[in-house]
Write a protein that binds this ligand. Structure first.
Ligand SMILES: Nc1ncnc2c1ncn2[C@@H]1O[C@H](COP(=O)(O)OP(=O)(O)O)[C@@H](O)[C@H]1O
Ligand SMILES: [Mg+2]
Length: 297
């Protein structure tokens, strides 16, 4: 693993003896993704990542590694910055006016915020599924075909759509009504459709922001099963306010909370990050223990 040094007061940079990644090429051509499941591949290295909105710090100094082929859960009380941190992983904060990210976020060893990195390409490789299913006002088929069409794929679209719907465990339920509106599906099916839409562009990572919070327990269980299936091929980072869900599905858990200063300003911080089993049975920090045992938050 490359060592990364943070420049005082500025953006993080690789240490002087490490060659700086060549960011002049598209991020795509540069990255060889290891597929040896035995090897522990680090997908994201966050180092002192801080996010502010219009100058007000929302999340400060987050340092953690996200590992390939695992499910990493972000938990913590409302407003502690889980969604904000999640959005740094695919540059979605770029789309929020006034949002600013500092520190280093490396993706497979490349500065995700490097000048020559194309955020559109980043968001294709690192897909996002939101709290409320947000299918486009189009047919089931056209929702899944949307991304591949944008990337210029014209041939073999049927196969791409079928494969993505299979992967999202939705094919059997929709194969006879692909031309029907996505809105005709139930909430849980719509969420799996959004996952299929994300998978159709063959991402490397799937970010999920409370993907089950609008779903009933049965639809939730289907999404959780799906996540467990998907982690064989994808790296998943999931925000959840449901601690049982984090305990059930994730391999790693990051617990965040908010500090309040004298002026009443709240800043989100990472308290503890470890194997999920350890976090839920023997956490190191009393704040983690307080949260998981329901004493606060
Ligand atoms: N788009 C935004 N503009 C300004 N402030 C925001 C925005 N999104 C989030 N925040 C602020 O950042 C902090 C963290 O929010 P968020 O990341 O949504 O927390 P969580 O997902 O843990 O509930 C909160 O204080 C919230 O008000
Ligand atoms: Mg949130």
């Amino acid at each position: 693993m490359r060592t990364l040094a943070i420049k005082p007061g500025g953006r993080a940079e690789p240490s002087a003896d490490e060659p700086r990644p060549d960011m002049t090429r598209p991020i795509d051509d540069d990255i060889v993704i290891e597929d040896d499941p035995e090897q522990d591949v680090v997908v994201f290295e966050a180092r002192e990542v801080t996010v502010s909105y219009s100058g007000a710090v929302a999340v400060e100094g987050v340092t953690l590694d996200v590992h390939a082929g695992r499910i990493t859960a972000l938990i913590g009380p409302s407003g502690c910055g889980k969604s904000t941190l999640l959005r740094t992983f695919n540059r979605m904060n770029d789309l929020i006016p006034g949002a600013e990210v500092s520190g280093l976020l490396a993706y497979h060893g490349h500065d995700l915020y490097g000048r020559d990195v194309d955020p559109i390409d980043v968001r294709r490789r690192i897909g996002m599924v939101f709290q409320r299913p947000n299918p486009f006002p189009k047919s089931i088929y056209d929702n899944v075909a949307f991304g591949p069409r944008i990337s210029g794929i014209r041939q073999g679209l049927d196969e791409v759509v079928e494969r993505a719907l299979h992967q999202a465990a939705l094919w059997d339920e929709v194969k006879d009504k692909l031309r029907r509106s996505a809105f005709a599906l139930s909430g849980g099916q719509q969420q799996r459709l959004c996952i299929a839409r994300c998978l159709a562009v063959e991402p490397d990572v799937i970010l999920m922001d409370e993907p089950c919070s609008s779903l009933d327990p049965i639809a939730t269980a289907r999404i959780e099963d799906l996540m467990t299936d998907l982690k064989r091929e994808y790296t998943i980072v999931v925000v959840t306010h449901n601690m049982q869900q984090a305990a059930r599905v994730s391999d790693m858990t990051a617990f965040m909370t908010t500090d309040v200063d004298q002026t009443g300003h709240r800043t989100g911080r990472l308290v503890e990050y470890d194997d999920t089993d350890k976090m839920f049975t023997n956490p190191t920090d009393p704040r983690t223990e307080g949260y998981i045992t329901g004493r606060f938050g």
